[in-house]
Design a protein around this ligand. Structure first.
Ligand code: ARG
Length: 437
């Protein structure tokens, strides 16, 4: 097929090269942004008198028809046409004839593809933030409902101190709140218009970038044409925010996986959000959570891929940059699918408050309370720590818990213990007093 850029070529492109360089399989995702950008560009060309209003109207009509064709699945895609930009332009020729050739005036695919990506990332930031909000809502509700669910908090995965389940859910809520803010700041880098930079050096034609910027709703435009076509910071920022978000989702998944084991037995996933085994009839597996944990890895990989892709590129545009799209698209799909499945999973799981409390009672998670009790009676903390450590050791030998010790036994460790120490252990008030919620 004759290429739109074939003028200086004397031979057809080799078939393998066509396949090798094609990006249409994945960049067709950008059709909407591409058409939106082209329509704004055509309007700008008409406003500045570079093309006539009539020509712009024809171009826009053709572009809208193409959009419908794509949406109805009637658009002819072929790898011979490389990418989405070439596909749309070539189709425009078929629809409106030679006037289609005016659309690409004062534009290059380099600023065109950058524009498409900026529009795409802006849109995806809003979408992802909306989905984060939905997960946050569920976490908030779970925190509210579980203020009284006393459970061991862990450090080193060893029972540490009593906390509530509410504090756990709130911790994840706080992480997601920071994620939201991070995505909002990534919007700054995405909200910049590269159009008008053309290939790398702008154009001698009298374009009006300010007008295009306004039409497309960008807050700012690039100040440097070479920077405009070669900047992918906003892609890296988006994936980087996504990677941090995935760290949080993965950690939450890990906690829930642990809690759903027979060993912990703090929660049970709803049947609708668990899976079975092909051989072991008794199994109920937390595959959804494991996949969230696993998918975090691929988002980190995507971030590495784009960082490595960009690090050695000379200014300005290089075809390497076509490789930015798959990691970006994969990140969007991954993050959105994880965020979508979580609200249902979280709101349907069964919470076993009694087992959580039992885990506290079976442990020495209250030891710090005793040390702090002694501190309140005037003892230096290090001395109190030492004494309660000895009490724990004594209890282990006697197969007792701290709350089982009588006042007489306690006084053997320190004279500062008196009546008010009894009942110190699992009072939910204690738990609440030391926590934000
Ligand atoms: N498909 C290309 C990309 O994604 C579009 C830009 C191509 N520009 C060029 N001069 N070959 O980067």
């Amino acid at each position: 097929m004759k290429k739109l850029w074939a003028g200086r070529f004397e031979k057809e492109t080799d078939g393998l090269v066509e396949k090798f360089t094609a990006s249409i399989d994945f960049d067709r995702k950008l059709y909407e942004q591409d058409i939106l950008g082209s329509m704004a560009h055509a309007r700008m060309l008409a406003k500045t008198g570079i093309i006539s209003k009539q020509e712009a109207a024809e171009i826009i009509r053709g572009l809208l028809e193409i959009k419908l064709e794509i949406e109805r699945g009637q658009f002819p895609f072929t790898f011979e046409l490389e990418d989405i930009h070439m596909h749309i332009e070539k189709r425009l020729f078929e629809k409106i004839g030679p006037v289609a050739g005016k659309l690409h005036t004062a534009r290059s695919r380099n600023d065109q593809v950058a524009l498409d990506l900026h529009l795409y990332v802006k849109q995806k930031i809003s979408e992802v933030v909306g989905k984060i909000d939905k997960v946050m809502k569920v976490l908030w509700k779970l925190a509210e409902e579980n203020r009284d669910a006393v459970m061991p908090g862990y450090t080193h995965l060893q029972r540490a101190q009593p906390v509530t389940l509410a504090v756990h859910f709130d911790a994840y809520y706080q992480m997601l709140k920071r994620d939201k803010e991070r995505f909002y700041s990534a919007m700054k880098g995405a909200d910049m218009m590269p159009l008008g930079a053309c290939a790398l050096a702008g154009t001698t034609l009298p374009i009006d970038r300010e007008y295009t910027r306004e039409l497309l709703g960008f807050s700012k435009m690039y100040e440097n044409t070479m920077d405009a076509v070669s900047d992918r910071d906003f892609v890296i920022e988006f994936i980087s925010c996504s990677a941090i978000l995935m760290v949080h989702l993965s950690r939450m998944a890990e906690d829930l996986i642990l809690w759903s084991t027979s060993e912990f037995d703090f929660i049970e996933l709803d049947d609708g959000f668990a899976t079975g085994s092909s051989i072991m009839p008794q199994k109920k597996n937390p595959d959804v959570l494991e996949l969230i944990r696993g998918k975090a890895g691929r988002v980190f990989g995507n971030l590495m891929a784009v960082l490595a892709l960009m690090k050695g590129l000379p200014l300005s545009y290089n075809r390497d940059m076509q490789e930015d799209k798959e990691p970006l698209f994969d990140t969007v799909d991954t993050v959105i699918s994880c965020l979508e499945v979580l609200p249902g999973l979280l709101s349907t799981m069964k919470i076993k408050k009694e087992n959580m409390m039992k885990a506290v009672e079976d442990s020495f998670a209250d030891a710090t309370y005793y040390a702090e009790y002694l501190v309140k009676k005037g003892m230096p903390f290090r001395a109190a720590h030492e004494i309660v450590g000895k009490m724990v050791s004594y209890c282990i030998k006697k197969n007792k818990k701290l709350k089982d010790l009588s006042l007489v036994e306690l006084k053997n460790f320190s004279e500062l213990f008196s009546e008010d120490v009894l009942g110190l252990s699992y009072n939910p008030e204690n738990v609440k007093n030391i926590k934000a919620l």
